[in-house]
Design a protein around this ligand. Sequence first.
Ligand code: AMP
Ligand code: MG
Length: 413
Amino acid sequence: MRAATARTRYNARMISVADAQAHVLAQVERVVPPEVVPVGAARGRVLAEDVRAAMDVPPTDNSAVDGYAVGSADIPVTGTRELTVVADLPAGAVFDATLAPGEALRIMTGAPMPAGADTVYPQEIVERSGRSVRIPGGPKGVNVRHRGEDVRAGTVVLPAGGVLRPQELGVAASLGLPQLLVRQRPRVAILSTGDEVAEPGDVRKPGQIFDSNRFALHGLVEAAGGEPTDHGIVPDLYDVLHARLRAAAATADIVLTSGGVSVGDYDLVKAVLQDAGGIDFWQVAMQPGRPLAVGRIGSAHFFGLPGNPVASMLTFHLFVRPALWKLAGRRELFPPRFHAVAVEPMSKKTGRREFKRGILSYTGERWEVRITGPQGSGILTSMTLANCFVVIEEERGDVAAGDIVSVEPFAVG
Ligand code: AMP
Ligand code: MG
């Protein structure tokens, strides 16, 4: 009864992908709170404040090789020269005298340069005998790593809003920082809807399919830096769905459902959401994945994704991930796009943006892309075969072999 009313109540608007993205992002007004985490646990987090260097890295000039530190005035112009080795300096030790003319210091990689020396001879090119070392001619000032050549004190090394990759963790640690102020992970509650959807591991009744969306979406949320929570499968019953969505929203920043947003008789999500909070229901001019419901349940953002497995993954990629990233305080909200040569024809309807599952490869000369085979929005193995989306813009029609197309590579790992 309720669902039938719902169908007549909402006239879905047809909007473009870009407009839908802009609407979604406009609704994300806040950023999740920050928290302090150890550097070793911060991979994938978003920095909540600029990291400004309080020191130079490296903190002193130091040797880039194992060898002998000398003053460049002692480097012979012709022939070789014998210098007196005044001390052996291991990494971590400091030579606190000044090298005098005619002296050399045995030095290890990373050990601070002594005063009076500006050049290091690698041990392989000198002759050591007893307390002296014979050096040939050579360039001045080489094999020294200079104070501050990596990081200058006072500069912003890691800007707020950046994602911490392993290299950012290393740089933070090189500044002596044990912990970082990062954004909390946005909490994302995930539900599947539909009487036909069965839990993997349970007995599948006739007419049922196993739930794939919840698991794919769980992985997508994790990969995007969110904290997924699993709220199971909800039957197509108005009251149950209403209660479960409200419960999910109580402890989440984002609530995600899949299924129940098309114009079937049991498409309850939009009816429930209309009563539980505000909702926009859109037909997005794209393929696959047209129907999309966007709104709020209490203070949580709500996304009702289409049920078809490829469509639910793609709509996550296009609409949920940028919102999650904005909520997490990220500066970059969209992935990079590249050009590749289509090596086979691709059918395309004008007036909508189409996303094919593509296999991108480099031939030694150019980047080429082909599609994975049948492109139905229920063919989830098209996603496992693919390493990118081929993005074909609204105004384009069929693509011929040899045409240039845009691709968005999937994240690796
Ligand atoms: P719906 O949007 O509910 O009409 O569903 C569209 C299609 O997606 C139907 O074929 C559903 O059986 C399928 N579907 C819905 N939810 C899931 C799910 N969680 N896992 C796999 N397929 C689903
Ligand atoms: Mg359904």
